[in-house]
Design a binder for this molecule. Structure first.
Ligand code: GLA
Length: 429
């Protein structure tokens, strides 16, 4: 939708509204570094040309009227009544931002807001962060609040954590606020230091595949993973002085975890309940014992953090094959150790990498299809995969992975060739 279309929708919905201004905030794809932003790790996302647009105009009174092109009906709320209400659905996002800004002492007035997005909802491409960053960027501009994009990202994270009940990290909103076209952002989530890394993929493309699998209970499982990481941190802190899991290298983790978790936990976590202990006995702990689970979560987090640094180096060297191998390893770890993939994401990721070995597919695959890596992106539990595909193979990829996915799951996937974009901004006619 261009700004002319946004304007006519805005005028149709709010015939008595003022003169609107227009804003855009992108969604994001994370190339690698999953479930480590809230563990003080490194992440590697890019902002996308898929995102959310707003037309917004100030009002004379204290009312906010909210309409989403994707979700009707309109919501009208007074700035004095900004508490969370389930029935306000997506409208709780703009309410959250407005409430936090007001609580910070900013003087806001009423406004009419129309938003329209082309990000698939619940696809793990940060539609929620995109709406929050969009509203915060728009309010920051029209009310002259003078906040930087990083401050906007932090505000949006608080909106999720304190108002919307999702205990997420900073990655999504940072990518949406700070994205840069043709670059990925290497972000250290413990310090918010960042570096833009040119996304030099040569003849390769990032292809997103949406499972179209509704993500049930995703928020509660996400919060549970966070709690399990906190448990792991608590156990490790009995033997070393750390504030975040990602302060440990894989070698340090191996050393400290022997003392902190002990032999039995590690054996059961790695080899299951039938493992044999050094004493020759069988373990008493079950695979789902809290400390065994905590160990497996930490093992993912610490190795994933290490993979991000290696992925950045691979990209800088133009070693796309190494980047892809790291992405495959990331997916396996998220499947086996972190348990956030599910059969749909696994079906997509494995169908994608199987294209390098067409004989493993029950289909007429071309003799050689270059897919250098595939992994789930975002929180998981449904959502999207991201794959590195040779540009000449994108059509085959979509056809063959789509076919295999439907055969395996009965669902139909959607595909997007990702294009990167700058972060949130005002857009003009
Ligand atoms: C969601 C959260 C992010 C991050 C990812 C997993 O997208 O919003 O903060 O934790 O999941 O990497």
């Amino acid at each position: 939708m261009n700004t002319n279309e946004l304007r006519s929708e805005f005028n149709r919905i709010f015939p008595d509204g003022g003169e609107p201004r227009f804003f855009y905030a992108p969604g994001r794809v994370n190339i690698i570094g999953e479930h480590i932003d809230y563990n003080g790790g490194m992440v590697f996302p890019c902002a996308l040309t898929l995102g959310t647009y707003a037309a917004i105009a100030k009002r004379e009174d204290n009312l906010m009227r909210l309409v989403s092109g994707n979700i009707e009906p309109p919501i009208a709320v007074s700035l004095e009544k900004l508490e969370y209400r389930k029935e306000d659905g997506w409208g709780n996002n703009p309410k959250a931002i407005t409430k936090l800004l007001t609580d910070m002492g900013h003087k806001l007035g009423g406004f009419d807001l129309y938003v329209w997005g082309n990000l698939p909802n619940n696809a793990g491409l940060s539609s929620s962060a995109s709406v929050n960053v969009l509203v915060a960027t728009a309010l920051n501009t029209i009310f002259g609040l003078d906040m930087s994009p990083v401050e906007i990202a932090l505000l949006c994270q608080r909106a999720e954590n304190e108002y919307l009940g999702v205990n997420c990290g900073i990655m999504d909103m940072f990518a949406s606020a700070m994205g840069k076209k043709d670059h990925a952002i290497m972000l250290d989530c413990s310090t918010l230091k960042y570096e833009y890394v040119p996304l030099k993929l040569g003849d390769y493309r990032l292809v997103l595949a949406n499972t179209n699998n509704p993500r049930s209970l995703a928020d509660s499982k996400y919060n549970q993973r966070r709690a399990e990481c906190e448990e792991a941190l608590k156990i490790l802190r009995t033997v070393c002085d750390i504030t975040n899991l990602c302060e440990l290298s894989p070698d340090q983790f191996e050393e400290y975890s022997k003392k902190a978790f002990g032999e039995e936990v590690i054996r059961v976590a790695l080899y299951g309940e039938n493992a044999i202990l050094d004493s020759g006995e069988k373990p008493k702990l079950t695979f789902d014992a809290p400390e065994v689970t905590a160990y497996r979560r930490a093992l993912h987090v610490i190795n994933e953090n290490d993979r991000v640094t290696k992925a950045k180096e691979a990209l800088e060297f133009g070693d796309i094959s190494e980047l892809g191998a790291l992405m495959n390893a990331s997916h396996c770890s998220l499947q086996v150790l972190y348990e956030v993939t599910g059969k749909e994401l696994d079906a997509l990721a494995y169908a994608a990498v199987s294209l390098n070995h067409p004989q493993t597919l029950d289909t007429e695959a071309p003799a050689y299809t270059k897919v250098h890596g595939s992994r789930m992106t975002g929180a998981g539990f449904g959502g999207c995969t991201v794959s590195i595909v040779h540009k000449d193979n994108v059509d085959d990829f979509i056809e063959l992975v789509g076919w295999t996915y439907t055969k395996d799951t009965g669902l139909v996937a959607d595909f997007y060739v990702a294009e990167t974009d700058d972060g949130a901004r005002e857009v003009y006619l």
